[in-house]
Design a protein around this ligand. Structure first.
Ligand SMILES: NC(=O)c1ccc[n+]([C@@H]2O[C@H](COP(=O)([O-])OP(=O)(O)OC[C@H]3O[C@@H](n4cnc5c(N)ncnc54)[C@H](O)[C@@H]3O)[C@@H](O)[C@H]2O)c1
Length: 256
């Protein structure tokens, strides 16, 4: 279906070196986009290099930029490089994030601050710089996707991470206000809120991955591939009349 094609578009994925971000990079390239990847890792992972190699054969570019989304200077430098290399930006997936499992009574101040720097300031200012480049480059059909979480609205029965939940609640709070301001520029802003997904973020908790299965209607934990349909839908013209929406992809967990 033509509306799902991203041919000729330039996308950016933060935290695209692994986990769900890598899945978004792969999917955006398969839909026809060139993809810029921002990640804090000093070099691209073998998995990202494999994806890059796969799409280079069909002429799609995947470019890696070292960028720390919690640093204004680092983000600005990386955005300048994207502008120089691609001259425009149509899609931005603000995905980079970290978690911290800690009881409310024990949550350390500095770890809490770090969560907010990456998960809130990083998402907000990535979206801000992306929108500026979209407007400046007169990009067609621009779309920004913020990555929230079901933890932004609900507590997680079997693990304690109230500070992380606060950061994801902030992302979902930012969503309608930013969508309102960017609507007149023709930029749509939506969120994806994943449920429980098997990634490097969650593999340190095999007992939880096992127990989480029982909390979903579909009887299994998600994988990064389960998220990509939502990403392509929100990035593409298939969702051209949707903005300020949080698309929950959780195997039915939060409706149970
Ligand atoms: N895994 C889950 O169950 C789950 C559920 C809901 C939401 N999420 C959210 O989805 C997003 C991706 O999660 P994931 O599970 O793939 O995580 P992950 O830890 O597997 O991958 C995160 C990526 O972000 C990068 N990153 C970390 N800090 C960064 C920074 N300061 N600047 C740039 N890049 C940085 C990491 O290097 C890594 O490549 C996060 O925002 C997370 O909060 C995850």
């Amino acid at each position: 279906m033509a509306d799902f094609s991203l041919s000729g578009r330039v996308a950016l994925v933060t935290g695209g070196n692994g986990g769900m971000g890598l899945g978004y990079v792969d999917a955006l390239a398969s839909a026809g986009a060139d993809v810029a990847v921002f990640d804090i890792a000093p070099s691209p992972s073998q998995e990202l290099l494999d994806v890059k190699e796969k799409y280079s054969k069909i002429g799609a570019q995947i470019a890696y930029y070292i960028a720390d989304v919690s640093s204004q200077d680092s983000l600005q430098t990386a955005f300048s490089s994207v502008e120089a290399d691609f001259e425009r930006l149509n899609i931005c997936v603000c995905n980079a994030g970290i978690n911290k499992v800690a009881d409310f009574l024990d949550m350390p101040w500095n770890a809490h601050r770090r969560l907010f720097e990456i998960n809130v300031l990083g998402v907000y200012h990535t979206a801000q710089m992306a929108a500026s480049l979209m407007i400046k480059s007169k990009a067609t059909n621009p779309s920004i996707i913020l990555i929230g979480s079901i933890a932004g609205r609900n507590s997680v029965k079997s693990s304690n991470h109230s500070a992380y939940s606060g950061t994801k609640g902030a992302v979902l709070g930012i969503l309608p206000a930013v969508a309102k301001e960017l609507g007149p520029h023709g930029i749509r802003v939506n969120a994806i809120s994943p449920g429980y997904v098997r990634t490097p973020m969650t593999t340190p908790y095999p007992d939880l991955l096992d127990s989480w299965k029982k909390e979903t209607m579909l009887g299994r934990v998600g994988n990064p591939g389960d998220m990509v349909g939502a990403c392509i839908f929100l990035a593409s013209d298939a969702s051209k009349y949707i903005t300020a929406h949080d698309l929950v992809v959780d195997g039915g967990k939060t409706m149970w």
